[in-house]
Structures are given as structure tokens and as C-alpha cells.
Design a binder for this molecule. Structure first.
Ligand SMILES: O=P(O)(O)OC[C@@H](O)[C@@H](O)c1c[nH]c2ccccc12
Length: 281
């Protein structure tokens, strides 16, 4: 009898595939504007219909992030929160009744500083199903993948339209899903995507034995539905983080936690993003 419990990410994708639905995966910066509000925002995202969620660790040097998420990281880092504080948010969200799978999103350096064995041990302890490390150097990939496998946490790789030649190697070892970046450059709302995006997604689909999801620049239901036919999920970060930012009371009030109205505005924004039932192409 296998002792390995099924990973919640795999279960969610199987359920959605059976219903012909596309996963909606928000990204939130933990600690923006504070850790308690992050727990409320995660619960609001699930209430809005999100199927799983990327919990972002704020970082002082977010190379791949556009201005919206950079500002969110700055707001969060004012509270001097640590990587372990961010990981602990998952247990608080579970205690608040949130059931959807959690994916930690962090740059590599904070995980390395903590120690990879301790990092993955904490992810497992706090119930994470996956982790995304956008700047994981390929030469460290084998060690990290080994620890991830042992702890049952899916190491979710990113592929970009420029990495066509590496798609096969990356996608063939992917767990959870393959994160297909829709455009070149940094995160942030966009009106159009990389010209060869559809061919790129077909290439990833052929090379991958796990679901494929698209992120970067998606900020509306129309854009989410544009990918619903060719991808198994869409990831939305900056547009949601921008809504959080817009819903914060003026700094002058001192306590810049979100009001109930602000939380409701973020929840409504996420609900509006959700692709309608789409028959897979
Ligand atoms: O913000 P966007 O354009 O909606 O893209 C998702 C993105 O925010 C999230 O997945 C993410 C946040 N920081 C990153 C850095 C690299 C890759 C992806 C990310």
C-alpha cells in the first residue's frame, strides 16, 4: 500500500478536467498590507472561486517582478516578516477554514539561507502542495527536486517563450503543473501576449505529462478565457495585487489594513476573473 498521499494539486486538476473547467490561480504577496490581512485575502480568494493559490514571499530584490508586485513587497517588508512567517500563513489560513491547495512562491536565496531541507520540511509541515522558485539555477535543480520529491511538495517549473529548446527537459520533469510565462519581461498587466504564445503552449503541452498553466499579464475574464481552451489554468498576480493596493485606506490613517469593503472589492475582482465553463479545445 503506497504511503504517499495524493497531492492536492493533482486532485484539483483531475476534478476540473472532469468538469471541463480551467483553474483560476491567484497570486498574493504575503504580508501585504500585513499577515493577518493576508489570511483574510486568501479566504476571500477561495470564496471568489479560486482553485488554488500562490502565496508570494516578499523579497528585497524581486528581479522578475513589475512595479505593482515590487510595491507590494516593499509594503510587506516594512513589517520585517520572514520566510517562516510567510510559510506560517498557510496554517493560519487552514485554521480559518481555507481548503484549496497552497503553492509557495519564493526567490531562491531566502530558501537557500534557511537551508533547503528545513525549507521543504516547513512546507510539508504547513501543508503546502507546491512551490515555485523562478530563479532556481539549473545546476541546483537536481538537489532541490530530490528534496521536493521526498517531502511530497511539487516543484513547479516555469518555461518562457524564449526557452523553447529547454521546454522538453523542463516539462518532462515537471510536477504539479508547468507554469508557462505568456510574455517576455517582468510580471504586470498587459494588453497583448507574446506573438507565438499559442505555438509555444502547444510545444509545452506535447512535452508535458502534467497540466500546463499560463501567467503574466492576465487581468480580465476575457484574457483568462482566451487561454481557457489551450491551458488547464490561469495565474493572475499583478491585477489582483493592484486591486489590494487600490483598496488600502490612505497611509495617513496609520493602520493600513484592508477594511471589510476593501476585502469585498478584492473578492469581487477575483470572482470576475473566473473563466466561465469552457469546453476544452
Ligand atoms: O503579475 P502577473 O503579470 O499577473 O503574473 C503572475 C505573477 O505575478 C506571479 O506568478 C509571480 C509573481 N512574481 C513572479 C516572478 C516570476 C514569475 C512569476 C511571478
Amino acid at each position: 500500500m503506497s504511503t504517499a498521499t495524493a497531492n492536492a494539486i493533482d486532485t484539483v486538476f483531475a476534478e476540473l478536467a472532469a468538469r471541463g473547467e480551467t483553474a483560476l490561480i491567484p497570486f498574493l504577496t504575503m504580508g501585504d498590507p500585513d499577515l493577518d490581512t493576508s489570511v483574510k485575502l486568501i479566504a476571500a480568494a477561495e470564496a471568489a472561486g479560486a482553485h488554488m493559490i500562490e502565496l508570494g514571499v516578499p523579497y528585497s530584490d524581486p528581479l522578475a517582478d513589475g512595479p505593482v508586485i515590487q510595491r507590494a513587497s516593499e509594503r510587506a517588508l516594512r513589517h520585517r516578516i520572514s520566510l517562516t512567517d510567510c510559510i506560517g500563513v498557510a496554517s493560519k489560513a487552514r485554521a480559518a477554514g481555507v481548503r484549496m491547495p497552497f503553492i509557495l512562491f519564493t526567490y531562491f536565496n531566502p530558501a537557500l539561507q534557511l537551508g533547503l531541507e528545513r525549507f521543504f520540511g516547513l512546507l510539508q509541515e504547513h501543508g503546502f502542495s507546491g512551490v515555485i522558485i523562478p530563479d532556481l539555477p539549473l545546476e541546483e535543480d537536481t538537489e532541490v527536486r530530490g528534496i521536493a520529491e521526498r517531502t511530497g511538495v511539487h516543484l513547479i517549473p516555469l518555461v518562457a517563450p524564449t526557452s523553447e529548446a529547454r521546454v522538453e527537459r523542463i516539462a518532462s520533469k515537471a510536477k504539479g503543473f508547468v507554469y508557462c510565462v505568456s510574455s517576455l519581461g517582468v510580471t504586470g498587466v498587459r494588453s497583448d501576449f507574446h506573438a507565438g504564445i499559442d505555438r509555444f503552449l502547444e510545444t509545452v503541452r506535447r512535452a508535458s505529462s502534467v497540466p500546463i498553466c499560463v501567467g503574466f499579464g492576465i487581468s480580465s475574464r476575457e484574457q483568462a478565457e482566451r487561454f481557457a481552451g489551450v491551458a488547464d489554468g490561469v495565474i493572475v498576480g499583478s491585477a489582483i495585487v493592484r486591486q489590494v493596493e487600490a483598496s488600502l485606506p490612505p497611509e495617513a490613517l496609520g493602520d493600513n489594513a484592508l477594511t471589510e469593503a476593501g476585502l469585498a472589492a478584492v473578492q469581487a475582482f477575483i470572482a470576475d476573473l473566473k473563466p466561465r465553463k469552457s469546453e476544452k479545445a
